[in-house]
Design a protein around this ligand. Structure first.
Ligand code: KIV
Length: 334
């Protein structure tokens, strides 16, 4: 869920305007520590002055943290977690520094969400985010990550035209370091999903509140409340799984409906504002770290509420997703 914006503030789910403040700068692909400096002169993302510096690869092995210790999360592993009933902890991530921190803290899936348009760029919606911007942030995340599974959003306008367009766009994100691409919507997206999957690109589908359709949906509202809407969501979810989607994000819908879908589908369903019965949970990083200003939707929990280090807040999130204490149906559900 695109929650709020750090720059021109608008809560993505409520649409509430916030006071303006300068947007933060994303990390520029440098790591703050690491054992062996490597020269890096051929990276087009680096500012020109960076060629006079050195790039340090992320520290491996030394950090006795889960990201450093665990084996890489693969699609096979995610399926095994789903089959075993182990909850999948997913967070959005947009830069190398946080990728390393989240990976080390045990986050299973890093989502390079197009929410970056709102969170990092201060835009009023995700619609203006470009494919180049998504590829840039995916490269940054891939550099900082060691073992988490990386999902990158296909932004608005990069897949709607045709399967060919979707393939071309997805290829750019995969070459940037994504392991899977995510696209929004059901019905018309099933042939696109099939085309991508047949060509070796794992796909995560996204139903419920699909923020790229915010203007058609009339705002950031809970979806699937009435019988017809719920029936359409059931049909779309079933069709997307049959088309080969390997994961499904359900955003902002009644917990009972999301739980029903999660139980019925053979693929892991990751919820955001969709109740506790999903196979995993995702939140926007800046929301759960309490960085996002203003009042957030009820499904967000601030894992920094009690203070401490950011890594501890992220570990609290992973633990709460894994043990099922987040989301709490009474406080975070619909
Ligand atoms: O862009 C995004 O952050 C998302 C959500 C599911 C968190 O798609």
């Amino acid at each position: 869920m695109r929650m709020a914006v750090s720059g021109i503030g608008r809560c993505a789910s409520t649409g509430a305007l916030r006071a303006k403040r300068p947007a933060g700068a994303a990390a520029e692909g440098r790591y703050s520590h690491g054992p062996e400096p490597l020269p890096c002169t051929d990276d087009p993302d680096l500012p020109s002055h960076a060629s006079a510096r050195t790039i340090r690869p992320r520290q491996r092995g030394a950090a006795a943290m889960s990201g450093a210790a665990r084996k890489p999360i693969t699609l096979h592993r995610l399926r095994a977690m789903h089959a075993a009933g182990e909850k999948i902890a997913m967070l959005t991530c947009y830069d190398a520094a946080f990728a390393q921190l989240l990976d080390d803290a045990g986050v299973d899936v890093l989502l390079v969400g197009d929410s970056l348009g709102m969170v990092l760029q201060g835009r009023p919606s995700t619609l203006p985010v470009s494919l180049d911007e998504m590829a840039y942030h995916t490269r940054c995340v891939a550099r900082g990550n060691r073992s988490a599974w990386i999902v990158a959003d296909l932004p608005f306008g990069s897949y709607q035209a045709s399967a060919e367009q979707a393939l071309h766009s997805a290829a750019q994100l995969m070459q940037a370091g994504a392991h899977m691409v995510k696209l929004e919507g059901g019905g018309w997206t099933a042939p696109l999903v099939r085309a991508l999957v047949e060509r070796g690109i794992p796909v995560c589908a996204h139903l419920g509140l699909t923020p790229q359709s915010v203007h058609a949906l009339g705002g950031y509202r809970v979806q699937g409340r009435d019988d017809d809407a719920a029936q359409t969501l059931r049909a779309h979810a079933t069709e997307l799984a049959a088309a080969g989607a390997a994961m499904l994000v359900l955003e902002l819908m009644p917990s009972a409906l999301a739980g029903e879908l999660a139980a019925a589908l053979p693929i892991p369903v990751i919820g955001i504002g969709a109740g506790p019965a999903c196979a995993g949970q995702v939140l926007v990083l800046h929301d759960m770290l309490g960085i996002t200003p203003g009042t957030l939707p009820r499904f967000v929990r601030n894992f920094m509420h009690d203070g401490g280090a950011i890594a501890d807040g992220v570990r609290r999130y992973v633990a709460a997703v894994k043990d099922g204490s987040f989301p709490d149906p009474a406080r975070h559900g619909y």
